[in-house]
Design a protein around this ligand. Structure first.
Ligand SMILES: Cc1cc2nc3c(=O)[nH]c(=O)nc-3n(C[C@H](O)[C@H](O)[C@H](O)COP(=O)(O)O)c2cc1C
Length: 187
């Protein structure tokens, strides 16, 4: 039986299709990639985030965060970052090199905040203390939250390059793709 291997155009199309699905489907493996950034002192940092948007036309990914979180300082200091996605269903890893920018004000932030401010995740951006700051012994985050004061931030990522790796019994494949180029690599 002849196996159909997706062509480069099909792979490119499916990568963006799966990224789009991941923003809608809580159970999609690509919903929670690891985002790696570099600190000013050269140390690397990485954490899991939720993928909120993926735009194949603009080549954009988007996440939400707390404006006070260390990653925001890291991104502001050094815009280059990498998202790592793995899906066992697809047998695909993608490492997406991006250039990031943080938005804390403006109509995009306001519109998205209006959309999520009554959801459970809004609490993530309404804590009185910054993420990663030490908790005092009697600290409690319970109680009423003020929906006016938020530290909600939107992080946009312009995709520069995708390193795609397919693990398959028929043979692994790997390629590096940009918006207008494709290069096959040794897996
Ligand atoms: C499944 C999962 C999803 C997460 N999603 C986000 C997210 O979308 N945005 C975010 O800022 N932190 C998210 N976090 C928390 C981060 O991994 C991290 O702990 C936190 O943002 C502090 O990171 P930083 O100190 O590097 O800024 C998530 C953690 C997990 C386990």
């Amino acid at each position: 039986m002849k196996i159909h291997l997706p062509t480069r155009d099909e792979v490119r199309h499916q990568i963006w299709k799966e990224l789009g699905r991941a923003t809608q489907d809580r159970h999609h493996a690509w919903r929670t990639p690891v985002l790696a950034t570099v600190c000013k002192n050269g140390f690397v940092n990485a954490r899991t985030v939720v993928l909120r948007a993926a735009d194949p036309i603009q080549g954009h990914l988007q996440i939400f965060t707390d404006a006070r979180s260390p990653k925001v300082t890291e991104i502001t200091d050094m815009a280059d970052a990498v998202f790592v996605f793995w899906s066992s269903r697809l047998g695909w890893q993608i490492r997406v090199r991006v250039n990031m920018s943080v938005l804390t004000t403006g109509s995009t932030v306001e519109t998205l905040w209006q959309r999520i401010k009554h959801s459970a995740s809004a609490r993530d951006y309404l804590s009185t203390s910054a993420p990663g700051s030490p908790l005092s012994a009697d600290a409690s985050e319970a109680g009423e939250i003020d929906l006016v004061v938020s530290n909600f931030a939107v992080v946009n990522a312009q995709v520069i390059e995708i390193d795609w790796l397919e693990l398959a019994r028929t043979g692994h494949r790997r390629a590096r793709l940009t918006s207008d180029a494709w290069e096959w690599l040794t897996p």
